[in-house]
Design a protein around this ligand. Structure first.
Ligand SMILES: [Zn+2]
Length: 167
């Protein structure tokens, strides 16, 4: 027996919001200001009678980071008093940059990382310079500081910036 986000008893939903408040502080190792909630990695929290199950979906490039996230999830919940925690990787449906929350996108911009644009972006169309919002940008390198990002340079302010690749 387990319950999902949708058919909670009040007691379960109270503890679930507590759990979410804990998980909100678990951040992506590559973008430390972005929590796993904002990034859309966290898919579900299931309260089993004897343990908690946290379901996460890895980003397409985040395999090494996922081990860190799994460890951070278990440690954060352990600190909050949840001792029996199991982290499950859910590979389908695959993670997409569409799952990044509005807040997450705003945080990426603040970090100087251009958030992914929804449309096909292989030609850099629609990408905006996070510093001056110019659309006059050019791809410098497909791989930026991490495999998730490409390096662009703005044609207006000439600053290079990371772009979070669309999936
Ligand atoms: Zn610029």
């Amino acid at each position: 027996m387990s319950d999902s986000f949708l058919n909670d008893s009040i007691e379960a939903s109270v503890s679930k919001s507590r759990i979410l408040a804990v998980l909100e502080k678990v951040c992506d190792p590559e973008i430390p200001t972005l929590s796993i909630l904002d990034l859309g990695i966290l898919r579900d929290v299931v309260c089993h009678p004897k343990h908690l199950e946290v379901v996460i979906t890895p980003t397409y490039c985040g395999c090494p980071a996922m081990k860190t996230i799994e460890f951070d999830v278990i440690r954060a919940l352990d600190n909050a008093g949840y001792k029996e925690v199991k982290v499950t990787m859910q590979l389908a449906p695959p993670w997409t940059t569409d799952w990044i929350s509005k807040r997450g996108r705003a945080m990426l911009l603040k970090e100087g990382i251009a958030p992914p644009v929804e449309s096909k972006d292989s030609l850099g169309q629609g990408i905006e310079c996070p510093r001056c919002t110019s659309h006059d940008v050019a791809l410098i390198s497909v791989f930026g500081s991490t495999a998730c990002k490409s390096l662009y340079r703005c044609g207006s302010c000439f600053e290079p910036f990371d772009y979070f690749k669309c999936h």
